[in-house]
Design a protein around this ligand. Sequence first.
Ligand SMILES: [Zn+2]
Length: 468
Amino acid sequence: MSLLAAAAAVSIAPIASGQERTEFEQQAREIYRNVVEVRSARGHENVPKIVDYVVGELKAAGFSDDDIEVTDYDNDGEATQGLVVWYRSPDPQDKPIALLAHMDVVDALAEDWVREPYTLIEEEGYFFGRGTADNKYGVTSLVATFIRLKEEGFEPTRDLVMVLSGDEETGMVSTRAQANWVAEEVDPAFVLNADAGGLSLGPDGEPLDYGVQGAEKTYATFELTVTNPGGHSSAPRADNAIYELADALKKIEAYKFPVRYNDLTLASIEAAGRKRLDQLGNAQRAFAADPTDEDAIEVLRANPATVGQIGTTCIATMLRAGHAENALPQSATATVNCRIFPGVGIEATEATLKDVVANEDVQFKLISDLVESPESGMRDDVLAAVQTALEARGVTDVEIIPHMSAGGTDGMHYRNLGYDTYGVGGAAAKQNDTFAHGLNERLLVSSFYDGLDHFYVILKELAGPQEG
Ligand SMILES: [Zn+2]
């Protein structure tokens, strides 16, 4: 089904471009403009401006001081804030739902962009601007939905707690603290993240499938260092820091981490395979049917797009060594970045690397500080709510596919604490629309409006009075 057909199927509003938008759509667009136009990147300390603005809008809609909590955080010397908003149930029947998005962005430099990065520009069927996709659409969706539900007098059957972080793209200081706070004060049944998942579109805008992020790989970076007394290069010693480090790296290069899989990765690999008839597709389908199939494993390992889906990967990314062209190196250091399969763990991965290197002279140092996160088992109620939200926007014939992403969203901190977390964003994007963190970030205008009901429907499904 084309997006135009999808839009036509939605009866609540004239959505075709050029037509009048509903009051809610205009209000959401205004929220979007206001949050995109704040340069909330590290180095600018502007997150509090977004918090102020959003709090003002929420209060105007009827949220009280008791419902709103603003917290200051120090992200490595830089002030940022987090915002928590309670949408309370008069008579909770169930544990709460926590909802996540982040207010900060990766910085963008105006001179590198075709258009002003911190002005919301509508052009060629797109909204352009830093954060239009990652993650100010998520912020807008959640805030606009809370306001809309409040103004309608919606009474949820369980508490809904919106948690907006202020440094997801850098230190995750706010994320970490908020996740701990949510565990203690909210103890939700599960967590929905607006910063992951979404509808993928084909080149002509036709919906292909909807991805639910249910797991993230664990990000871990090690430095491997070899030191040596050194000396003059005219009188070489038998041992050499650079050669020793190079040996270690060649061993890591040759090593293949064991194949790993879980229900979620098998389902997503199978679904990806069904869409293609080439060698890769055959291998994906074969692997999903039998994860010990050596031929399939070989094909998936050889492809950069799939190698990370079937196990842990560790790869050398940076190198520094020596101090003069005529001196023996006193030290050599390599950076090795690992993407660890859920359930394996950072310590076990370090132990494996040490076994592989088998040289006590190589010192290992973990230089990243991200947490491990297990995969979240899929919930029928969440999947059904997403399905209903898709149908409400006229998307009836796409598959909902759980997936594991490379890692790096707020969700991992909640999974780390034992809360099932699902990336279920409302945006739709074509393959080549993904400019998050990059230049000329954009979001389809049609996707912006089509996705505005997404969380509205999901929350009514999961926290609304059950009919019949
Ligand atoms: Zn993000």
